[in-house]
Design a protein around this ligand. Structure first.
Ligand SMILES: [Zn+2]
Length: 324
């Protein structure tokens, strides 16, 4: 084993550690981030994050050692979001940029690649184990990793490692906070598993506007059907809607869901389709998919957002809508 590591060391020394090709083609980047600079002046680290879920990871792991600016607020669709000139200014002045990755922020990928040359930049999901990531039929990685709480919890370690490399004098604080946050997320994961298992297995079907919940379905044992693909850029076909309406009618699924960051018109078309099949399907409520709730509300945190979704799903699919 030792000899292998010496071999790796000499190989890296020979090709140079800054070879960008080794990061782009080797699957998940591992080990050092090779940031263009580090931070030891005692001031909090100025982090610019994209989605609320990523910003929440940084806030929890960084604590009072970070000042976090979150670019995407409640209701923002990250697939379609284009950076404004204000965003570009904030990003280029950041100490550290943290984004979700795997093309969730599809219109900003080039910008991040460009900025990474001078600003330390981290994609959370690019550093998760590739074997754990879901892909669509074209082999494209599904970026909605945060809906498997146990997998997203590992993102806390990615943020921890990035903060330690950037600001090593506070390494112990980052380690302790990441460990504490992961323990909270493990509890949330267990709670979610219990709540979903309590739903009658035949009714465990989650239909939403776009395919953001496949990680949720895999982890918590729910069949997931999105009307659009894994990006909101794709359009659903009339045929897809008809097939889905027939499926819902045959399984007597009581409710479908709308999403806070996606236009609900396809869900309305689906309900019409169900009616044509003699089945009334309710809107079970609004789920948070690619954006958290408003700042200052319980759903404005990652844990609160997951809990709210779990409540909404459990109540609607168990036929107890409006209980709470
Ligand atoms: Zn999405």
């Amino acid at each position: 084993m030792r000899n292998i590591w010496y071999g790796v060391f000499f190989l890296l020394a020979a090709v140079g550690c800054n070879d960008p090709a080794s990061k782009q083609h080797g699957g998940p980047a591992e080990g050092a981030f090779d940031f263009p600079r580090t931070h030891e002046d005692g001031q909090p680290v100025n982090v610019v994050a994209t989605t609320g879920m990523v910003a929440d990871l940084v806030r929890n792991v960084g604590g009072d050692r970070v000042k976090v600016t979150q670019l995407f607020g409640a209701g923002v669709d990250p697939h379609l979001y284009k950076a404004t000139s204000r965003d570009t200014g904030l990003l280029s002045k950041a100490d550290l940029i943290v984004y979700s990755g795997h093309h969730l922020e599809g219109k900003m990928t080039e910008l991040f690649e460009h900025l990474a040359r001078k600003v330390p930049t981290v994609s959370v999901t690019d550093r998760l184990p590739v074997a754990e990531l879901l892909r669509d039929e074209h082999g494209v990685v599904d970026p909605h990793v945060w809906f498997d709480v146990s997998l997203w919890s590992r993102g806390a370690d990615v943020v921890r490692d990035a903060l330690i490399e950037y600001n090593p004098s506070h390494a112990d604080a980052y380690r302790n906070r990441a460990k504490a946050f992961r323990a909270k997320l493990d509890a949330l994961d267990a709670e979610t598993t219990t709540r979903m298992k309590a739903i009658d297995e035949k009714q465990r079907v989650l239909v939403t506007s776009h395919d953001a919940f496949r990680y949720f379905g895999r982890r918590y044992g729910i069949e997931v059907k999105g009307i659009q693909g894994i990006t909101t850029e794709a359009e659903a076909s009339v045929r897809d809607l008809q097939d889905l309406a027939a499926f819902l009618a045959s399984r007597k699924i009581p409710a479908v869901f709308v999403e806070s960051s996606v236009n609900p018109r396809n869900i309305e078309a689906l309900r019409e389709g169900c009616k044509a099949n003699g089945h009334d399907v309710a809107v079970g409520g609004e789920l948070f998919s690619d954006a958290m709730g408003a700042e200052g509300t319980p759903e404005g945190t990652y844990e609160g957002m997951i809990r709210k979704n779990v409540d909404t799903i459990a109540n609607a699919l168990s036929g107890r809508k409006g209980d709470r």
